[in-house]
Design a protein around this ligand. Structure first.
Ligand code: ATP
Length: 325
C-alpha cells in the first residue's frame, strides 16, 4: 500500500508545485535549456553575437491563474489564456544600452523579478515586446538567447554532480585551466583547491554543501566561463556574512565589467553606480534617473532611500532587501 500511496500523495502535490517548478526552472536557466512552455519558433533567427542592447516596448504581463496552471501540462503553460489575472506589468518602456547597468528598485511585489524573467524568457510577455540586439526574444533561437543572457540569482542551482560537471553546463568542453581561471575570477578557487577532491568534489543536496555566498560565487564562475554579453542579476544579500559579501562583490565587479547588466538592486553601492535606476511600483515605471536626480525629485525613490538605505551603517554599504522581503 505504501508503494501505492507514496506516488499518489506525491501526485496530489503536483498542482501546487507547478508554479514553484516554473520558478526553479528559471534558476537553472543559465546552465540548461529547460524553460517550460517556451518553444523555438519555426524560422527563428539568432540574436547577433555580442548583443548588449535590451529594449522593453510596452511590455505587459499577467501570470496564468492557478486553475489554468493545474489543468495545463508544463509544455502548454505558455499558451494559456492569462486574462483572468491582474496585469503584473502594465506596459514597461525602457532601453538598456550596451554596456550599461540598469537597476530595478521598488517595493515588494512591484514586478522587479517578473521584469527580469522576461529577458531570459522564463516567461513571455502577454503584450508588447522585449528585444535583444533588435530581435524580439520570441523570434530568437533558444541557443542564441542562452548564449547571450547569463543569470545570477541568490540561490543558483547546483546539480548533484562534481564541481567540474556543474561548470561544464556553462561551457561544454571547458578545460581545467579555463575552469580554474573562472574560479579564480569568482574568488572561490582557494576553497575548491582546499577540498580533498578539488574539481571532482560532488556538490548539491547530498554532496558538499556550499554556503549561500559560495554558491553565488560558483554562479559567477559559470558566468565567467560562459561570457554572456548580458547579465541578469538578483543581488539579494540576505544571509551573507560580511566576508562572503565582500568576496561576492569583488567577483561581480569583474564579471560585470564591459557587459550589459539588468540588476534587481539591493545595495546602495549598486544603485549609486547605475547608469539608470528604474523605480517600479505596481507594475509601472513611476520614476527613472540617476541616484542624485531621484533624491532631488523627492518621490518614491527618495522615500525608499530614506526609509531603507539612509540609516544603515556605512561600513556595510550592502543593505537588506529594499523591498522588505
Ligand atoms: P520582491 O521584491 O518581493 O521580490 P518583485 O518586485 O520582484 O517583489 P515580483 O516577484 O515580480 O515582484 O511580483 C510581482 C507581482 O506578481 C506580485 O504581486 C506577485 O504576487 C505576483 N506574482 C509573482 N509570481 C507569481 C506567480 N508565479 N503567479 C502569480 N502571481 C505571481
Amino acid at each position: 500500500l505504501t508503494r501505492l500511496y507514496g506516488p499518489l500523495t506525491a501526485l496530489s502535490n503536483v498542482r501546487v508545485d507547478v508554479m514553484s517548478a516554473l520558478v526553479s526552472f528559471d534558476r537553472v536557466f543559465e546552465v540548461l535549456d529547460l524553460r517550460p512552455g517556451i518553444a523555438e519558433k519555426p524560422g527563428a533567427i539568432p540574436i547577433p553575437a555580442g548583443s548588449g542592447l535590451i529594449e522593453f516596448r510596452d511590455a505587459r504581463f499577467r501570470y496564468p491563474s492557478a486553475a489554468e496552471v493545474s489543468l495545463a501540462t508544463l509544455e502548454d503553460v505558455a499558451t494559456l489564456d492569462h486574462r483572468e489575472n491582474e496585469e503584473v506589468l502594465a506596459g514597461l518602456d525602457f532601453t538598456v544600452e550596451p554596456g550599461q547597468m540598469v537597476a530595478l528598485v521598488g517595493p515588494s511585489g512591484a514586478g522587479k523579478s517578473t521584469t527580469s524573467m522576461l529577458v531570459s524568457r522564463v516567461y513571455d510577455v502577454t503584450g508588447g515586446s522585449v528585444r535583444i540586439g533588435g530581435v524580439d526574444v520570441r523570434d530568437a533561437t533558444l541557443e542564441s538567447l542562452r548564449d547571450t543572457v547569463g543569470v545570477v540569482t541568490q540561490d543558483s542551482h547546483l546539480f548533484h554532480e562534481s564541481i567540474a560537471d556543474n561548470l561544464r553546463y556553462a561551457r561544454p568542453g571547458a578545460t581545467e585551466e579555463q575552469m580554474w581561471d573562472a574560479l579564480t575570477g569568482a574568488r572561490i578557487a582557494g576553497l575548491v583547491r582546499a577540498l580533498p577532491d578539488g574539481l571532482d568534489t560532488v556538490v548539491g543536496e547530498r554532496g558538499y554543501r556550499f554556503s549561500g555566498g559560495e554558491k553565488q560565487r560558483l554562479a559567477i564562475a559559470r558566468l565567467l566561463l560562459k561570457q554572456p554579453s548580458i547579465v541578469i542579476l538578483d543581488e539579494a544579500t540576505a544571509h551573507l556574512d560580511s566576508e562572503s559579501e565582500a568576496a561576492v562583490q569583488r567577483a561581480l565587479g569583474e564579471a560585470l565589467r564591459g557587459r550589459t547588466a539588468l540588476v534587481i538592486a539591493h545595495r546602495l553601492s549598486t544603485i549609486r553606480e547605475a547608469d539608470q535606476i528604474l523605480v517600479l511600483d505596481r507594475g509601472r515605471i513611476v520614476e527613472r534617473g540617476r541616484h542624485e536626480e531621484l533624491i532631488v525629485a523627492g518621490g518614491l525613490y527618495a522615500d525608499l532611500y530614506r526609509t531603507q538605505f539612509a540609516e544603515l551603517p556605512s561600513r556595510e554599504m550592502a543593505v537588506g532587501p529594499l523591498a522588505g522581503d
